[in-house]
Design a protein around this ligand. Structure first.
Ligand code: UD1
Ligand code: CA
Length: 458
């Protein structure tokens, strides 16, 4: 059985934030959630998060999906693991110990670490990396034969040890039965008066237990976040990873470095993403679509063969072979059908739009049900709000709503009817009728000359 302990009690002062460091988001997902997801993906059945600083925020972020241990005072990484003692007693076997502020570790890597750890029957496998400028990191110290001796913190290193390039990534795989007794043997006699988890492998090694390192191929995976600059750097690494993952799965990006794709987004084969697109949240986009340029799609579902051009789509579903934009704003709660056109400067909110309907320009449709094959002409407005309540507009199939029509809701326009341009509709329009609701035109012949207002000189 494999479990995980995630250390997330530290303060994170350098973020200069009212929020706990580990609940800041990288690529739309909280830092600590990246770590928990990687652990779970690698096979960790139970996860214990050690919380302390602003613990309520961390608990709110992860909820019931994990267990918690509280570290009241931050007396070091070793002390933090001690706080999870009850969890470890209860969940024997193998445990990953990870940092709550290092979100770039991949589940595939953790899987390999566990595999090697088990194959070599290690008591502890330290995840490490070879770093050219290892300032600040603990160094992996070995004897002449290359056998692991200790991890020595930067501040406690001798001049010779400072030259060591192999560094501690701050992540480990332990056998719980060896970890628990070793934790009792570490002290806080060091430069920072802290209990270091890094002293545990040295204790184990001295006792003849197997300790080894797993060297990361990709150093980025140990990257930890301490401030906003590093948060942006981590986000950039993750962004590149997910854009690449989508390219590998058959999505074309015209300018990959200008696009942002959520880790939870799914995009179909042969869809083309033009520059400057932001695809957020649980968005699902079908195959053969053209998305962008300059579009933001958030928690939306887009069918197959649909084109979204310079538009914003939020929490809505768009059907197949539909065209949206340029400059459309699809607000939350819409269901747009197949072969629909939502043209320029069209705003939709909580609207159902039937298959084949065209809403070509300059229109607001909110709180509405529009049937199939309708033509909603330029400048139509659903007047859905009376200043206190919102009401529904219903339009049947095959309707023609002329230019500049106001539909004062609640109101129903039955199928196969026409509404004349410029009408303000306040009552039901029966099926197959023409509704005209505007003052008749009056022409006063000769009025200009009679009033002496004729302006031409010759
Ligand atoms: C640690 C390692 C160092 C390694 C580096 C990699 C130790 C002593 N040193 O150093 O060898 O190279 O990580 O990034 O472990 N935390 C708690 N409670 C505490 C202290 C820390 O929960 O009392 C948590 C922090 O929130 C953080 C993690 O443990 O998520 C790491 O702590 P941090 O203080 O950043 O360790 P480093 O000094 O970076
Ligand atoms: Ca750190």
């Amino acid at each position: 059985m494999v479990n995980a302990v995630i250390l997330a009690a530290g303060e994170g002062k350098r973020m200069k934030s009212r929020k706990a460091k580990v609940v800041h988001k990288a690529l739309g997902k909280e830092i600590v959630k990246w770590v928990a997801d990687a652990a779970r993906g690698a096979g960790a059945e139970k996860i214990c998060v050690v919380v302390g600083h602003k613990e309520e925020q961390v608990r709110e972020c992860l909820g019931e999906s994990v267990e918690y241990a509280v570290q009241k005072e931050q007396k070091g990484t070793g002390h933090a693991v001690m706080m999870a003692e009850a969890f470890l007693e209860k969940n024997q076997g193998t445990v990953l110990v990870l940092c709550g502020d290092a979100p770039l570790i991949k589940e595939e890597t953790l899987k390999k670490v566990i595999e090697e750890h088990k194959k070599k029957k290690n008591a502890c496998t330290v995840i490490s990396a070879l770093i050219d400028c290892p300032d600040g990191y603990g160094r992996i110290v070995r004897d002449e034969t290359g056998k692991f001796l200790s991890i020595t913190e930067h501040k406690d290193c001798t001049a010779g040890q400072l030259k060591i390039k192999e560094c501690n990534a701050g992540m480990y795989c332990f056998e719980v039965k060896d970890l628990l007794p070793a934790l009792k043997k570490i002290n806080c006699c060091n430069n920072q008066n802290e209990y270091y988890i890094t002293d545990v492998p040295a204790v184990m090694s001295k006792e003849g237990l197997g300790v080894d390192t797993y060297i990361l191929e990709d150093k980025d995976e140990m990257f930890g976040i301490n401030d906003r600059v590093q948060l942006a750097e981590a986000t950039e690494i993750l962004r590149k990873r997910y854009v690449r993952k989508n390219m590998e799965a058959g999505v074309t990006f015209i300018k990959p470095d200008s696009c942002y794709v959520s880790p939870d987004a799914e995009i179909g084969e042969d869809t083309i993403i033009y520059p400057n697109c932001i695809i957020e949240g649980m968005t699902k986009i079908g195959p053969d679509c053209i998305i962008g340029p300059d579009s933001r799609i958030s928690d939306a579902e887009i069918g197959r063969g649909t084109e979204i051009n310079k538009s914003v789509i939020v929490e809505s579903s768009i059907g197949n072979e539909t065209k949206v934009g340029p400059f459309a704003y699809v607000r939350p709660g819409n269901r747009v059908g197949d072969h629909v056109k939502v043209g320029d400067f069209v705003e939709l909110k909580k609207a159902e739009i039937g298959n084949g309907t065209k809403i070509s320009h300059l229109t607001y449709i909110g709180d509405a049900q529009v049937g199939e094959d309708c033509n909603i002409a330029c400048g139509v407005v659903t007047v859905n709000y009376d200043g206190s309540k919102k009401y529904l507009t219903k339009i049947g199939d095959n309707c023609f709503v002329g230019c500049n029509v106001n539909l004062v809701s609640p109101v129903e326009v039955e199928s196969d009817s026409y509404i004349a341009a410029g009408s303000t509709i306040t009552e039901r329009v029966p099926s197959k009728a023409l509704a005209i609701a505007r003052a008749r035109q009056v022409n006063k012949e000769g009025w200009v000359e009679k009033k002496g207002r004729y302006k031409r000189k010759k």
